[in-house]
Ligand binder design. Sequence first.
Ligand code: ADP
Length: 451
Amino acid sequence: MDVDVLIAGAGGAGYPAAFRLSKAGFSVIMADPKGELGGNCLYQGCVPSKTVRELTQMIKRAKLLNTNIDVNFQLIQNHKDKVQETRFKQHKSELSETHVEFIKGEVEIVDNHNAIIKGDKDLNVRAKYIILATGSEPFRPKFPGENLCITSDDLYKYKSPIRELPKEMVIIGGGYIAFEAATMFNILGTKVHVLVRSDKILRGIDSKLSSTLLSLMDKNIDIRFNSPVLEVKKNSKSLDVIFSHNGNKELLTADQVLLATGRSPVYPKGIEKTEVKTDRKGIIVDNSIITSVNNIFAPGDINGISMFFHSAVRQSLVAAHNIMSGGTPIDYMDFNSVPKTIFTFPPIAYIGITPDIAKKNGIEIVEASYPFAKDSRAQMYEETEGEIRLFFEKTSLRLIGGWIIGIDAPSLINEIGIAMANGLTARQIADYADQHPMTNEGVSYAARSIF
Ligand code: ADP
């Protein structure tokens, strides 16, 4: 079969390009062994985990009414499955409105232009362009008993067999998945221990942001630093986790052990038969999303630059536009303007240049902040810890970064992001009448504070 574009993977990096290219008249064939659109994000990642998080938020807020909700994890997981089903159906109907040929199967690469889709039967495809959008999977470090641990995929996957709330959970890892799960299960009533290998959490984010988050997390969460795991073993009823601490062997017991030690790229079989180059993070692309082979594109998690669904969607569209222009780049990904949220309790979100990056690069900044202690909506929920903080370039007063610690961080970051991506200045942000009584008010309030 001859096509214009073959797309391996139907997640956020795959289907937006498929739809755009098909609308523009290109013949597109897309394959994914899941047989559903939405990728890992919908099947076992962001959508299901954030569904559980939203219900946890409701449980937490119900305490304002002196109501202690009996947590029924089975019901929570049922609701999560229902949301996933709704979105699978929605994607099916979106797909039916296009001319994209979608096949349930795995793409195996033959060379720079040829591949086999291994589905019910093998299909040989020759394509002018190939989009590799095969995403990522949880990284599993090797230690004895690693196979006894679950990952976030097991917890959140569609029809997950985990329907009972763990009484005690050990989480291995110090990144965002570890702390999102730790703070959430802590509210649901699980006794949570986190084993962090080093003395830092959330590496790669601004040091003040991570230290503030650490200081605001519930002290019931037992965080052990410098505690690498040595072994996980079955005992009569649960699991023993043996780890080292200050040269001693220590032990924790739990009914679930969650491995949250990062994600690694998933390469399709046969990738070595192309001249696509990879590094430690994934497939090497530039900001036009073209790989080292000029007819092969690699948007999304597979390039490891910015492993978020919303980043993958925009990268997918960049790839589509550059295919539409015949492979000469006309569209570029602005990786700096991708908002990032860590959905902990409290959540944090950030974008662009933060003080650590500014210092490292010799950029002079002006900071402006708004504490949630002053905010009416934060007061309504008694969630007054944290702040909105904006970073302006000193001479132009253009917004170059920002963060939110606390209430509504995942949605507030978008107002800051769109202002930053469009080069707004402190004056322009200060002059905007943000909706009252919403936390957005803090964005213009902060900007006003510097005049
Ligand atoms: P992204 O956000 O970058 O799209 P995801 O991990 O959400 O990444 O989605 C990647 C999708 O690619 C998954 O649905 C996975 O099933 C699919 N996939 C993985 N390997 C292959 C392959 N060899 N052929 C086709 N699809 C694949």
